[in-house]
Design a protein around this ligand. Structure first.
Ligand code: PLP
Length: 371
């Protein structure tokens, strides 16, 4: 058992023991999957097995899986590879989508963070050939998008659809064929696999070209010697997460516990379907960095809802798109459970959050009395 409660699975999920074992075995075995000798063929077989495991997790034909270096590469490749010049993306996409297509038109979301389908329909009307990119579930709030509806509207208008399912796969049922999307992005490290490996699923017949120059790996769709151990780890993680995450009870316990401490705390996106592992909550009056640091000192790992890079915390673009006021979004933290979360982790978080809340509210009271 780790000495801390790790509740930041949406940042990265700890590697599963079965994944580690499979990767060590693949690393020991070595071999280049393009070699024709037995060592090469064994490596190729390992990749084929992993391809089937990943395909099974998301209901896709194995031949439509292209392994990549992660979710960022999958998103970039999809957005660049369709040949569609007009792109529509939702306002709450991950920055690996938003920054890949700075010229994109933005589909607004409502106060719950759900894409505005009427706005999408208007944007598609009379549009030239378009690509629509809407994520399956948001990384900060866990809010799940109506992807099947997006596909229906987009296909009716002759548009293609890309879906970033990086946060959803392994946590919620993702059905590539059932949804009817044309492109789907995945990442291994969000479901207990290694970092630096992911996949882009491309529907057979959907236009796709890669700008990578090199060998003919991945059926000429992604040049470069495959990351065999990483791909094997991804396959093992996909197999282990086949049953999805059953953290509904933990989330219920967590959210009830936090609301009992601070009844005025807002849980962002609480009114709509969310991933069962994610809670984005604002503690009234306490900045997110303060909460993250106080929880860290108490042995609990969570993250600030706002993006934090080089020590500078910026306002969350996701919460801003949902119309959350800056004062409230600056107090939002993200708590995300995963495959190894136990109820003691939740209790630890609740106790630490309560301690901080009492300290802050008491010091506010004493300041008010002194004034
Ligand atoms: N898309 C979403 C929704 C994410 O949350 C992330 C990572 O946080 C990515 C894409 C990028 O994935 P990767 O870290 O594998 O590049």
């Amino acid at each position: 058992m780790p000495a801390f409660a790790y509740l930041d699975h949406n940042a990265t999920s700890p590697i599963r023991p079965a994944v580690l074992d499979a990767m060590v075995e693949a690393l020991r075995a070595g071999g280049n999957p393009s070699s024709v000798h037995s060592a090469g063929r064994a490596a190729r077989t390992r990749i084929d097995v992993a391809r089937r495991q990943v395909a099974m997790l998301v209901g896709a034909p194995p031949s439509e899986i292209i392994f990549t270096s992660g979710g960022t590469e999958a998103n970039n490749a999809a957005l660049a590879g369709t040949g569609r010049r007009r792109v529509l993306v939702s306002a709450v996409e991950h920055e690996s989508v938003l920054k890949a297509v700075p010229q994109a038109d933005i589909i607004p979301v409502d106060r719950n963070g759900v894409v505005d389908l009427a706005a999408l329909e208007r944007m598609l009307a009379g549009s030239p050939p378009t690509l629509v990119s809407v994520m399956f579930a948001n990384n900060e709030t866990g809010v799940i998008q109506p992807v099947a509806e997006v596909v229906r509207l987009a296909h009716a208008a002759g548009a293609l659809v890309h879906c970033d399912a990086v946060q959803a796969a392994g946590k919620a049922p993702v059905d590539f064929r059932g949804l009817g999307v044309d492109y789907l992005s995945l990442s291994a490290h969000k479901l207990g696999g290694p970092t630096g490996v992911g996949a882009l699923v491309v529907r057979a017949g959907a236009p796709f070209t890669s700008d990578r120059k090199g060998g003919g790996q991945e059926s000429n769709r992604r040049a470069g010697t495959e990351n065999v151990a990483g791909i094997v780890g991804f396959g093992a993680a996909a197999k282990a997460s086949q049953d999805g995450l059953d953290t509904v009870a933990l989330r219920g316990r967590l959210e009830a516990g936090l609301r009992a401490i601070a009844p005025l705390a807002t849980i962002h996106g609480a009114a709509v379907p969310r991933l069962v592992n994610t809670t984005c909550i604002s503690m009234p009056g306490v900045r997110a960095e303060t909460q993250v640091m106080a929880l860290d000192l108490a042995g609990v790992c969570v993250s600030a809802g706002a993006a934090c890079s080089s020590g500078k915390v910026t306002r969350s673009a996701v919460l801003a798109a949902m119309g959350v006021e800056p004062a409230e979004s600056e107090t939002a933290i993200r708590i995300s459970c995963g495959w190894n979360t136990v109820s003691e982790d939740i209790d630890c978080l609740i106790a630490a959050w309560k301690g901080l809340y009492i300290r802050v509210t008491h010091s506010d009271l004493s300041q008010a009395r002194a004034a």
